[in-house]
Design a protein around this ligand. Structure first.
Ligand code: CP3
Length: 343
């Protein structure tokens, strides 16, 4: 069961030269796929996450229908705050809503460090079943949110463009904020170790809101905790850190020892490479909105992106999650262009 027919992603993350660039898309499971929309009518969001058969079916859809070189387990970063004792609702058309956010030190008493087997065992079950169902076709990616990105939702209580309440919390109650960040970090380490044990070949840390912090704050509020997570995991499993918008800290991210670093489309590949150094695999960085362009434009721009990453380990991906309104044949054009590319 451990023999993979396609291990391009794993070899690239180990820094090996491969016959072609591996490709997958962040948020590839769900959203834009018609078969997912059918399941969405029948089951609530967290039902889809908690039922291993459903999570497996959704995880495998993009492998079979779009041809990506890796599967990412269908789940959400917010299952961690849930496991720590917070109520999380997913409101259709609006996104996450946490009715009882953390605002002061007493609120930490309502949270706990969960036994991950007990509270998140359903994710491990889904990983085991997916691994078995994939039968070695492609590697399986597990994931978690970064402590800072999870704090954003736990304090703000909902999505935001600026997460100003979360930032104010860190700036006005730093001790409480750091206690919370450490609790999330400890939970995440246990959770990702459990994912690796259940069959994840790679784990990605999503720091979706890292770019909201200036470089100094990014170091003290986000990277310090990501560093702990990578240090605890990197001997056990391949790791990717994706801190959207935080490109000015790529050097520090590379120094964590992560095997891969995600970048968005606002930085040129050459500059990212200069900052990150020659060894680490870079992942990205196609503008997700460009998948709405006509297919010939997608082909041309993906080729230009691949040219720009030549010479060092690269994983083709989007610079953030795929958008829900992307036509499936456009997603396929992205993947096929990478697969057919020859430098
Ligand atoms: O990559 C994958 O396909 C695996 C599944 C996955 C989901 N969420 C499923 C999901 C992953 C990796 C995530 C990560 C996630 N969740 C992030 C980090 C990545 C990023 O995009 O920045 C964040 C910030 C969240 C929190 C979250 N979950 C939001 C803001 C929303 C609502 C808006 C949205 O992005 O769709 C969700 C809901 C969610 N998580 C959906 C899916 C498929 C859509 C809801 C639905 O289908 O009912």
């Amino acid at each position: 069961m451990n023999i993979l027919k396609n291990d391009l992603l794993l070899r690239t993350l180990r820094g090996e030269t491969t016959e072609r660039t591996p490709v997958w898309m962040m948020r590839q499971a769900g959203r834009y796929l018609p078969d997912y929309m059918k399941l969405k009518e029948k089951y609530s969001f967290f039902e889809r996450c908690q039922n291993p058969e459903l999570a497996t079916a959704i995880t495998i859809q993009p492998v079979e229908q779009v041809g990506v070189d890796a599967a990412i387990i269908f789940s959400d970063i917010l299952v961690v705050p849930q496991a720590m004792g917070m109520e999380v609702q997913m409101v259709e058309g609006k996104g996450p809503f946490l009715p009882d956010p953390v605002r002061r030190i007493e609120d930490l008493d309502k949270l706990h460090l969960p036994d991950v087997e007990e509270k998140l065992g359903y994710v491990f079950d889904a990983l085991r079943l997916t691994k078995k169902t994939l039968d070695g076709r492609v590697p399986l990616i597990g994931f978690a949110g970064s402590p800072w990105t999870l704090l954003c939702y736990m304090v703000q209580g909902k999505g935001s463009k600026t997460f100003d309440e979360a930032k104010a919390f860190c700036y006005t109650q730093p001790e409480t904020a750091h206690r919370l960040l450490q609790m999330i970090t400890d939970t995440t380490i246990a959770y990702l170790k459990g994912q690796a044990k259940a069959g994840a070949d790679v784990v990605q840390i999503f720091d979706s809101w890292g770019g909201l912090l200036g470089p100094e704050d990014f170091e003290t509020i986000s990277l310090r905790y990501i560093r702990q997570i990578v240090a605890a995991l990197k001997e056990e499993v391949l790791t990717i850190v994706f801190a959207k918008g935080a490109w000015s800290s790529l050097e520090g991210m590379a120094a964590t020892g992560a095997h891969g670093l995600g970048i968005d489309w606002c930085i040129r590949p050459q500059m990212a490479r200069q900052l990150a150094g020659p060894k680490v695999a870079l992942q990205g960085n196609f503008d997700p909105a460009k998948l709405l362009s006509p297919i010939p434009v997608i082909r041309k721009e993906v080729t230009a992106m691949l040219d720009a990453f030549q010479g060092h380990p690269h994983i083709a991906n989007l610079g953030h999650g795929i958008l829900p309104d992307v036509p499936v044949d456009h997603a396929r054009a992205f993947v096929d262009t990478v697969k057919n590319y020859r430098p």
